[in-house]
Design a protein around this ligand. Structure first.
Ligand code: MN3
Length: 224
């Protein structure tokens, strides 16, 4: 049975094998302290962003799924990756909050105190696609600045040796088109307003100082 036919047939969640039953979504552990990214990203912003904003996406996702056990039985990445299979009454809630949960879960992982720049296939793809790391970062910043209102800027692998930059509004993501992103940067005001107010460009410059390129390099390697 495909996952779509589970949903459509309304199989009782009670009949699904135990390992198919998704636990309620939970906030993943932050892999560093709130102040680990100072002075680029301040501790107060990290705390509110993680403990309040991300927690709210988790809570609201669980609330939306509460009355739909056969939908809740699926991992959130399946739901976000195929929103058409989510029942219409909760589709927007899953899009916004399931999207928010996935996007932030990746965002915390790609941040950290960097021990150097991109390496291996990722470094080669950056050079091939953008000419240099500096040119790539300028394009990332420009894309983040160009996203009107709340959203994200993403890096995706077009193929094994080419990467591209794209943006999405709200909590939409490449996952919704079936593409797993290499990295994503949050450009919602809640990601920077306490320290940078309206200066999104300054935030983007700062956040590029705290990308964990070892993690992103390994992630890209797995994706291509
Ligand atoms: Mn956010």
């Amino acid at each position: 049975m495909t996952r779509r036919s589970w949903i459509l047939s309304g199989v009782s969640a009670a009949l699904l094998p135990r390992q198919m039953m998704a636990a309620a979504a939970t906030l993943p552990k932050l892999p560093y302290a709130f102040d680990a990214l100072e002075p680029h990203i301040d501790a107060r912003t990290m705390e509110i962003h993680y403990a309040k904003h991300h927690q709210a996406y988790v809570d609201n996702l669980n609330k939306a799924l509460a009355g739909y056990p056969q939908v809740a039985a699926h991992p959130v990445e399946h739901l976000v990756g195929d929103l058409n299979m989510v029942p219409e009454p909760i589709r927007m809630a899953v899009r916004n909050n399931g999207g928010g949960h996935m996007n932030h879960s990746l965002f915390w992982q790609i941040l950290g105190k960097p021990k150097g720049g991109p390496k291996g296939k990722l470094a080669a793809a950056i050079t091939k696609s953008f000419g240099s790391q500096a040119a790539f970062e300028e394009k990332l910043k420009a894309a983040g600045l160009g996203q009107f209102g709340s959203g994200w800027v993403w890096v995706t692998a077009k193929d094994a040796s080419t990467i591209q930059i794209e943006t999405s509004p709200n909590q939409d993501s490449p996952w919704m088109k079936g593409i797993t992103p290499v990295l994503g940067i949050d450009v919602w005001e809640h990601a920077y307003y306490l320290k940078y107010q309206n200066r999104r460009a300054d935030y983007l410059t700062a956040v590029l100082q705290v990308i964990n390129w070892d993690f992103v390099t390994a992630r890209h390697e797995k994706l291509v």
